[in-house]
Write a protein that binds this ligand. Structure first.
Ligand code: SAM
Length: 280
């Protein structure tokens, strides 16, 4: 089979399911990943004959896409802040709006700071901060070892030192060394919003990374603030990604807990997606 044959097969099977631009992107991700073939190589040499092993993997990826598996889990990696992150279905696929949160923190140019990323998942926030901020000690916490293994792999892959640890944010903690900066993109989609979420997210991404109970949509924000009261320094910064439907409530929570200079920020879809505050 040539790459061109595969492209034709790929499009004939998936064009009714996946929009054309995205399908093109996926095709190039797959041939890059399985055949080490760049977009330019393909344009110059689409009649390249692929091996039987490559053919099997590429055709298998069509079946997986037919079954709604996200391309990032199929190839086991994604890009975030121009870095590569390994993924499996224990960790959320990093989103572009989270890149905006990270850029917000980078633009505040923290130097020589102790930073903690709560609910680190793939480690995308912690690792990109460590890569882009000077002289900061960055830590990342998540609630199980399978997640922390992936985050550690990603730190090695991206050549940064981040201290990843298993730690449950819902359990009270009183640390000797306080943090200068806390950041979190916690689970924030309510169960009743599940019906609005696409099948490939619901069926493949970890629900513990996404969903919260309808009767307590701010659960993780409350836990993070309880943590911040004792473990964030005075004048320390808190950055949170938020559900656009609860921006006012999270803002009030920060105010009620003694934060000042609180700023809400919209994402590229113009939704209130992140908030920052400074502790008194
Ligand atoms: C929305 S995901 C964010 C993942 C990653 N930081 C990102 O931005 O792509 C929420 C993360 O919170 C973690 N989490 C859920 N419950 C937790 C808990 N009790 N303690 C610590 N982390 C938790 C999940 O495992 C998941 O990695």
């Amino acid at each position: 089979m040539t790459l061109l044959d595969f492209n034709n097969l790929f499009k004939s099977k998936l064009s009714s399911k996946i929009e054309t631009n995205e399908l093109d992107e996926f095709f190039f991700w797959l041939i890059e990943h399985y055949c080490n073939f760049s977009r330019m190589n393909y344009i110059l040499n689409s009649n390249f004959n692929i091996s039987k092993i490559q053919e099997r993997k590429l055709i298998n990826s069509i079946d997986l896409l037919m079954n709604d598996m996200p391309i990032q889990y199929i190839i086991g990696e994604t890009n975030f802040m121009d870095l590569v992150f390994k993924l499996n279905n224990n960790v959320l696929i990093p989103r572009p709006e989270t890149e905006e949160l990270v850029n917000w923190i980078i633009n505040d140019t923290h130097v020589n700071k102790n930073i903690l990323d709560i609910g680190t998942g793939s480690g995308c926030i912690a690792i990109s901060l460590s890569k882009n901020l000077n002289n900061c000690n960055v830590s990342g916490w998540d609630f199980n070892d399978d997640i922390i293994k992936i985050a550690n792999q990603n730190a090695i892959l991206n050549n940064v030192k981040v201290l990843f640890e298993v730690s449950d944010i819902t359990k009270p903690k009183f640390l000797n060394d306080k943090f200068d900066v806390l950041v979190s993109n916690p689970p924030y989609i309510t169960n009743s919003e599940k019906k609005l979420i696409s099948n490939n997210v619901k069926s493949f991404e970890p629900h513990s990374a996404l969903f919260v109970e309808d009767n307590d949509p701010l659960y993780f924000y409350k836990k993070i603030l309880e943590f911040a009261i004792f473990n964030l320094k005075s004048n320390g910064f808190l950055y949170l990604e938020i559900n656009e439907n609860f921006s006012k409530e999270v803002l009030k929570l920060l105010k009620d807990n003694g934060f000042y200079d609180i700023q809400l920020k919209k994402d590229f879809r113009l939704k209130n997606r992140m908030i920052k505050g400074i502790k008194k």
